[in-house]
Design a protein. Structure first.
Length: 374
């Protein structure tokens, strides 16, 4: 398995790699000196004149390849091979100093070449290792910086969402949205209610449930192109029902116990209390979203204010919901069963009858004053 880029170098593994390279170096020694000895014997057989000693080849090559240590070892091996058959006899014209100089000339030359070339090569090898170590360190630092940048990017995005959510809506905007909601008509009620909820809580996903026949039925939900609207009923035997209706608890997904009760309803839910019937719970208001971290810091206070305002509009919401009762039921959110499908009316006998039927059916005017749920 290969090491990951930027992983630190293990000193023990580096020593093992150097020991593992010793057989390769020994093989190079044997090969080069074998070639040099064969070349020397061939030159001796075919020529009696002066010629360059082939033992220079392994000394120079090994010094260039592996540095000072290998060069000195090659010089020693070359000296041993040179005089393995014994020292040459002294000439009649040579004194002792001349004889010693003649037999020591090549070994001294090999040693000097190994020292010079090997030292330079050893410095290059050392610098290369330092550069490799520095490269590994920089790669590791680059990886850490990349991870840090990714974390900072995520943190910056989260802070941007928090800043956007915590941006205080001006009192003028809230007042205008409240007044517009009170004077909403059939055509713009949903739009104005959505704008009011967004200004107050920062949540574009919300739902209003009305209490009917000991159950909480979904009465209003803004249009969402990515998710079909759901006709959902929260029955009285659902744990969510007594928590909202009897205990009047504002549930938040930030608490694990509340998150289990909320299920797929949303991230917050609370009761809608009738302002004219001594605190009777008449429905439930819920908001959705990815997380409470994307909501304003004082989202609970804003949620309670929004619930109080919506509680005065449940009559209008119930009236609108009654006109939508014939719509096909959607899917349940896991807290209750779907509403039974509305029984379709028989089709008119002719186009004239159909036109006359549509003309006779008129929408009632949306009242300006609030009234309780029927």
């Amino acid at each position: 398995m290969k090491d990951a880029p930027g992983s630190p170098i293990d000193p023990g593994r580096a020593r093992r790699s150097r020991w593992a390279s010793l057989p390769r170096i020994a093989f190079e020694f044997a090969l080069l000196f074998g070639i040099a000895v064969l070349a020397k014997q061939a030159l001796v057989a075919v020529s009696n004149g002066a010629y360059p000693n082939p033992l220079w080849l392994p000394v120079i090559v090994l010094s260039l390849q592996h540095g000072l240590g290998a060069g000195l070892a090659a010089a020693i091996v070359a000296t041993g091979l040179q005089y393995s058959g014994g020292l040459p006899p002294a000439l009649m014209t040579e004194d002792m100093y001349g004889y010693v100089g003649r037999i020591a000339a090549e070994p001294v030359g090999w040693t000097c070449v190994a020292l010079l070339i090997g030292h330079i090569r050893s410095q290059q090898i050392s610098q290369q290792r330092e550069l490799e170590t520095e490269l590994d360190e920089r790669s590791r630092q680059s990886t850490d910086i990349a991870e840090l940048c990714a974390d900072l990017r995520g943190r910056a995005e989260m802070l941007e969402r928090q800043i956007a959510a915590n941006a205080q809506s001006s009192n003028v905007d809230v007042a205008e949205a409240t007044i517009a909601l009170q004077h909403a008509t059939w055509e713009d009620f949903a739009e104005r209610l959505t704008r009011f909820v967004i200004l107050m809580t920062g949540a574009a996903e919300f739902a209003v449930y009305l209490r009917r026949d000991d159950a909480l039925e979904l009465a209003f939900q803004p249009t969402d192109e990515h998710r079909p609207a759901a006709d959902t009923v929260v029955p009285s035997d659902d744990p969510l029902f007594p928590a909202i209706v009897h205990d009047r608890v504002t549930l938040s997904s930030a608490r694990s116990a509340h998150a289990a009760l909320l299920g797929d309803i949303g991230i917050m839910a609370g009761p809608l209390i009738d302002q004219h019937a001594s605190g009777r719970v008449i429905g439930m208001f819920a908001i959705g979203g990815a997380s409470l971290d994307d909501m304003p810091e004082d989202v609970e206070r804003r949620f309670l204010l929004t619930s109080s305002e919506i509680a005065g509009l449940v009559g209008r919401i119930g009236l609108i919901d009654s006109w939508r009762a014939a719509a096909p039921p959607g899917q349940s959110n896991g807290h209750g069963a779907k509403r039974p499908e509305a029984i379709p009316e028989p089709a008119p006998a002719s186009r004239a009858d159909s036109a006359r039927s549509r003309a006779e059916v008129k929408r009632p005017a949306l009242p300006d004053n609030d009234f309780s749920v029927p």
